[in-house]
Every structure is written in structure tokens, then in C-alpha cells.
Design a protein around this ligand. Structure first.
Ligand code: NAD
Length: 362
């Protein structure tokens, strides 16, 4: 049994590895439905915190807390670098989205979100669907990503894929001198909601695509549909390709993978691709591999949900997402001229925007 002495051994909230001066961390519990959720508001200088809710069977509460701290921080920089007037926030629900998620459960969660008074606006993330956002909407206006039929922005994945595609073209232009991807050998890891649409763009442009996934059925289906090659298993990083697109899980850019990589450009949808932001961003720079920062190129989804908040049209959201092409080039040029990693260049650009607004607000 844990004694009061043991409690001192566990790191307190503010001592968590991912704690980065978050403004607010709120814990919610509902005995009736079994709902346990944490909302992290990292920074609200640019506007109310916006970010999705992730429902996951976390092994421990510490794991859930770290995730919400890490993800909400990421949202701050994603919004800032994309020019949105939103802060960074995220919610996690501890549990199994397949068995525990009922309408009553989601409504209760919506009430929790409502109690924050609009400081945090939620949206979809892993374990959540547009339908869940519609249920939350019944009890609070502080939710985005609701169905198009209900006046919302719908599924964000096509926008995310468009942003990744535009980022890839921008990075290709920087590295290869042309943004034409015809004939370029491209490895797409993860062919889910975003990956498949990316494959569609790339195949229309005439790229030579190899796909990788753990879902055998998806591999067969997508490879037939788009006439791609398949590379099974996890030993994929040494593949002879020009571009690597991580569209599955995070932390695939690490000591092992980077030392294997033959690709000269990395652009993908996955969040937190760098296992260690400083070490691995510099390692890529040293190897001359152009890495388009994930929080920059995968922002299409948040740009799309932002239109519900900012009263933007769908066409405006498309234009803003397409603009990732130019922002990517701007950041890559800045990194080159200042001899810093591309991650740092993007991070600095986002931080400057926040600092500037802070000064204006004084
Ligand atoms: P998804 O769940 O639809 O697809 C992920 C795919 O990756 C699945 O096909 C899955 O089988 C595969 N996969 C899982 N583990 C793998 C492994 N070890 N090796 C190879 N493949 C593996 O997810 P998605 O919505 O397409 O999102 C993809 C990534 O992009 C995620 O990291 C997500 O957080 C990030 N992202 C998505 C959006 C969006 O709008 N959907 C926005 C921003 C970031």
C-alpha cells in the first residue's frame, strides 16, 4: 500500500517532464459515468486554447497527465506558427473509447468543458469522432469539429493531408530545386485517414510510392487502389527513397532511424516525430536531411476547425492550408541562413508571434 512517505517520491504536477509553465491543468471526475478527464491549457496569449480530446487506455494517470501536458504545448506552437488567433490546449480522457463511450458519458464531458467558460475549446483527436463532438455540442458551444450537416467543419483529415502535401512540395522545392513530385520515390508510413489522402495526391502527381502499415488489409487495399509498392515490417528507414512521410505514430525520428535514413526530405502528419526535439533536430541538420516540422505541416486540420471559431469560409481554410507551402519554404530558408535546425526555426517563429502579442496586450 502507498504510504504518505511514498507520495513524496512521485513527481508533483509542476515537476512533470512535460510541464512547460502551463497556465491551467484541470482534473475532472464523475463517479456515475466513470469519466476521468484532464484538460491542459498551455498558453492563451493568442486566444482561447484550442485542441482535441484524446481518449486512450493510459496505463497510469501520470502517463495521461504527461500526454495532456505535451500535447497542449504542441497546440500552442501549431496555432502560433499557422497564424491562428488561438492558444494551445488539449484534453485527455482515461479509458477505452470502444467500450466506455456512451452518449451520457460524452454529455458529462461536455458539461465539464462548459464549466471552463470558453477558455478551452475542444475538438476530435484519437478515440473521438465527429459524432462525439455533436453530442458535446448539445451541452456547450465550446466545441469544434462538429458535422458539416450541423453547420460545423466536419472531418479534419482531408485538410491535414492537403497541408502535408503542400509542405512536402515546399520542402522538395528547397531540397531538390523543384516542387514537382513526379518520379520522386516516397515512403508513406501509415495509410489511415491522412495517409490515404496523401497517397491519393502523390499518385495523381506521378510519384513512385511505397506504403508501410501494420494493417495488412489496408496495405493490400491501398496498394491496389493507387498502384503502390508495399514495404512490410518496421525496418523501413534505410529504404532507397527521396522522401519519408511519417503518418502513423510519433518518435520515429530517433538515433536508430536517422542513422539509417536515405531520404533527403521528411514531411509527414504524425505528431511529435522527433524523439528528442533538440538532439534529433540537430542530428537531421548534420546529415543534411530537410525535416519540415510536424507542427507546421500537419496544421491543416486545426486550420479547418478554426473556421468554426473565426467564421471563415471553407475556401479560406483551403487557401490558408495551401499556404503551408510558403511557410515551409520560409522556415527552411531561415534555418539554412541562421545555421539552426528547422525545428528551432519554426519554434522561434511561433514564439516570436506569442511574445509580440504579449507586448501588444500590455
Ligand atoms: P489513423 O489512425 O487513421 O491512421 C494511422 C495509421 O497508422 C493506421 O492505418 C495504423 O494501422 C497505422 N499504424 C499504426 N501503428 C503503426 C506502425 N507501428 N507502423 C506502421 N503503421 C502504423 O490516424 P490519422 O488520422 O491518419 O493520423 C495519422 C497521424 O497524424 C497520427 O499521428 C495523428 O496524431 C496525426 N495527425 C492527424 C490529424 C488528422 O487530421 N487526422 C491532424 C494532425 C495530426
Amino acid at each position: 500500500m502507498q504510504t504518505s512517505k511514498d507520495l513524496h517520491k512521485t513527481p508533483p504536477v509542476f515537476g512533470q517532464l512535460s510541464f512547460d509553465n502551463h497556465e491551467e491543468v484541470v482534473f475532472f471526475n464523475d463517479k456515475e459515468t466513470g469519466l476521468k478527464a484532464i484538460v491542459g491549457i498551455h498558453n492563451s496569449v493568442l486566444g482561447p486554447a484550442l485542441g482535441g480530446t484524446r481518449m486512450w487506455n493510459y496505463k497510469t494517470e501520470w502517463e495521461a497527465l504527461n500526454d495532456v501536458l505535451r500535447l497542449s504545448r504542441g497546440m500552442t506552437y501549431k496555432a502560433a506558427v499557422s497564424g491562428l488567433n488561438q492558444g494551445g490546449g488539449k484534453a485527455v480522457i482515461i479509458g477505452d473509447s470502444k467500450t466506455q463511450k456512451t452518449d451520457v458519458f460524452m454529455r458529462k464531458f461536455g458539461e465539464f468543458i462548459h464549466s471552463l467558460g470558453g477558455k478551452y475549446l475542444t475538438a476530435e483527436d484519437m478515440g473521438m469522432e465527429t459524432r462525439d463532438m455533436d453530442i458535446i455540442r448539445e451541452v456547450t458551444p465550446y466545441v469544434t469539429g462538429i458535422s458539416e450537416s450541423k453547420g460545423g467543419s466536419g472531418n479534419p483529415s482531408p485538410f491535414t493531408a492537403l497541408g502535408v502535401y503542400m509542405g512536402m512540395k515546399g520542402a522538395a522545392k528547397h531540397q531538390f530545386g523543384t516542387d514537382n513530385l513526379a518520379g520522386k520515390k516516397i515512403l508513406v508510413q501509415g495509410i489511415g485517414h491522412v495517409g490515404e489522402i496523401l497517397v491519393d495526391y502523390l499518385s495523381k502527381e506521378g510519384a513512385i510510392i511505397t506504403i508501410n502499415d501494420i494493417d495488412e488489409q489496408a496495405l493490400e487495399h491501398i496498394s491496389k487502389k493507387y498502384n503502390t509498392k508495399i514495404q512490410r515490417g518496421s525496418d523501413i528507414y534505410g529504404l532507397d527513397v527521396d522522401i519519408y512521410a511519417p503518418c502513423a505514430m510519433g518518435a520515429t525520428l530517433n538515433d536508430y532511424s536517422i542513422s539509417q535514413l536515405k531520404a533527403k526530405v521528411i514531411v509527414g502528419a504524425a505528431n511529435n516525430q522527433l524523439e528528442n526535439e533538440n538532439i534529433h533536430a540537430k542530428f537531421l541538420q548534420k546529415k543534411g536531411i530537410i525535416y519540415a516540422p510536424d507542427f507546421l505541416v500537419n496544421a491543416g486540420g486545426i486550420i479547418n476547425i478554426y473556421r468554426e471559431v473565426a467564421n471563415m469560409t471553407k475556401a479560406e481554410a483551403v487557401t490558408r492550408t495551401e499556404n503551408i507551402y510558403h511557410t515551409t519554404q520560409e522556415i527552411l530558408q531561415k534555418a539554412e541562413s541562421q545555421n539552426i535546425s528547422t525545428h528551432k526555426a519554426a519554434f522561434d517563429m511561433a514564439q516570436n508571434r506569442i511574445d509580440q502579442r504579449k507586448l501588444e496586450n500590455k
